[in-house]
Each structure stands twice: as structure tokens, then as C-alpha cells.
Design a protein. Sequence first.
Length: 225
Amino acid sequence: MGIKENYLKIKSELPEYVKIIVAAKLRTPEEVKEAIFAGAEFIGENYVQEAERVYNALGEVAKRVRWHFIGILQKNKINKILNIFDLIQTVDSYEVAESINKRAEKLNKSVPVFIEINIGSEITKAGVRPDYEAVKELAINISRLKYLKLEGLMTMGPLSVEPQSLRVYFRKTKEFFERLKSLNFPNINMQYLSMGMSDSYKIAIEEGANMIRLGTAIFGKRIGR
């Protein structure tokens, strides 16, 4: 099946409340355009330079969707990120959050963000350590930043385990999410739990995800790049 058929099939099988982030890492503008014309509402990109290229190539079509940054966040790229993206899913420290806030202030722009949790405690991955008090502390500190709006949590789970083995990690992230929802602080409105990818999204939804990030399931395997 093609991109349109893949997207529509997956969409038809999901609960209505689940949002699909089309993970467009290393995909061409033509592929991304096909996903948008199929009905995609959200495009996720990992790399700023690649996102710029695709966004500019799409022209007016790019404005039909919301853009989520889902890659490792480098402070020297924040200005460019704020020019393209509507939401940043990968905030993992107060230092990063403060840097986003300072640049957002200059633009007078309110920026929705998620906290990324390194739920598997993997050395090679970004994210807050999977300790509720650490996550809570960051959430409260973000709530004090005028131009940031904390709207959710994001996690990946270890890539080296079988999809079924991710269940315990997703469950723990969901627990953090529910506890944070009860916090009564300004600028915190926990709406989205972003977890699950092409091989694990069904399990993630069963464990409470209402936002999933799909690349291969929609585009197929990357060939030659």
C-alpha cells in the first residue's frame, strides 16, 4: 500500500482521541506532502536543517499541519526551531526550557512543550531520569516560565527490547502523567501522552497513550537513505 492508504488504514483503526504524529525523519517533501494530502494533521521532525528543507519545499502546504519537534534539542538551534515548529516534545532540563523561554520572549510567542522522559534509563538517550520527583521538579520550574505551556509527556522506551516488553515502561510514564495532571500550577495543562512508534503504538495506546509517532508504518521502510 502507498502512503495515503497506510495512513487512512491506521487512522480508521485507532480510537478517535489518538493523535498521529507523522514522523518524517529522512523523508522527502513529496512523501510528506502525500501524508498531508491523506489527512495528516501533525508532522514530526528530528533534525532542524532537514525540517527547514522540507518545510520550505512544501510552501503553503506546510501551513496545513502543525509541526512537532521530536529530536534531540540543541540550544543553538532553538531560534530556527521556533520559526518552524508549533510544539517541542523533547524538553529534558530546566536549562533547555529557560533557553526556549528567552527566545520565545523575543518573539512574543507562547510555546507548547512536552517533557521527555528517559524511561529506560539509557545512557545513549536524552530525557529526564525516570524518577517522579525529578519530573515533577522540572514541571514546576517550567510552570514559572511565562512563554512556555507544559502540555504533556513524551517517551520512547528502549529500542533493544521486544515491543511487548515496553508495556512496563509505558505504564510507568502513564503513572507520571496522571500524577502531574493533578498539579495545580499555572502553565501546566497535561493533555498529551506521546509514546509508541510503528512497532509499538498499539501497546502504547493500551497503556494510555493518546499521541503516537509513526514513520515506517506510514511511509514504509527507507530505501537508500
